[in-house]
Design a protein around this ligand. Structure first.
Ligand SMILES: CC(C)(COP(=O)(O)OP(=O)(O)OC[C@H]1O[C@@H](n2cnc3c(N)ncnc32)[C@H](O)[C@@H]1OP(=O)(O)O)[C@@H](O)C(=O)NCCC(=O)NCCS
Length: 209
């Protein structure tokens, strides 16, 4: 799999790409502002991640026949469309970068490598009710973590605590949908449906507002 592009519906699409080096000409589509941002990234691996994620956005947009508008980061670190139309979210993990775009609704995407050590930090991001239903399995914990990351990115504001403000309903380790809600913030009681899948040793989740 070099690139996996998925049109979710007529308004949204996602793309997952293997992170690799780019030639200058592959990045001609970037806006002037993005080219400046890219030029300021000195770490070679970060450069590849950053550029592959933007190529993933471009692929997702192509599936929807939307020209690449350019993106900038707002004060919370969330990418926003330059023209102000549509919503995007990005993620990278070891070897993979991904992006989701929606014409009308905020979106969040996350990818995480499944690692044993997540079992030791569960108490930091999980509520006691979540600790009760989750199996002591790195996959189940990573699904829970990634679902919260996707919701965090969808709402896009700093200051939302994974443990205090994002609550997951019980779900099984082979679920494709994880239901959750935000509590105790401006967006309290908004309910989310997070889509989840496993790509080899990586968990992919995404949510649409
Ligand atoms: C910023 C954060 C969302 C990045 O997620 P990550 O899993 O480390 O990294 P990912 O590769 O999946 O995502 C990175 C992308 O997230 C996006 N992002 C950063 N801040 C964001 C925000 N506030 N809202 C939405 N998206 C954001 C950016 O587009 C970034 O990609 P880019 O740098 O290429 O533009 C995450 O580190 C974070 O802050 N999480 C919340 C903190 C927290 O409460 N942690 C739990 C404590 S137990």
């Amino acid at each position: 799999m070099q690139t996996k592009i998925e049109k979710i519906d007529s308004s949204s699409a996602l793309a997952i790409k293997i992170i690799e080096s780019q030639h200058e000409e592959d990045l001609e589509f970037l806006s002037f502002r993005e080219k400046l941002s890219y030029a300021n990234i000195s770490h070679p691996e970060k450069r590849k991640e950053w550029a592959t994620a933007r190529m993933a956005i471009k692929d997702a947009l192509e599936a929807l026949y939307i020209p690449y508008p350019g993106f900038f980061k707002d004060e919370h670190g969330k990418s926003q469309t330059m023209g102000g139309s549509g919503y995007v979210s990005l993620s990278h993990t070891e070897g993979l970068a991904g992006a989701i775009f929606h014409r009308e609704l905020p979106v969040g995407i996350d990818m995480d490598l499944i690692r044993e050590k997540i079992l030791r930090i569960g108490f930091r991001f999980l509520d006691s009710s979540e600790l009760d239903f989750l199996e002591k399995d790195p996959l189940h914990y990573t699904l829970a973590w990634s679902a919260k990351e996707s919701i965090f990115k969808c709402q896009g504001r700093r200051g939302v605590s994974f443990r205090e403000n994002i609550l997951l309903e019980p779900f099984s380790i082979d679920s494709n949908i994880i239901k959750a809600k935000i509590r105790g913030t401006d967006f309290a009681d908004h309910h989310y449906q997070v889509h989840a899948r496993v790509l080899n040793d990586v968990v992919l989740t995404y949510t649409i507002w």
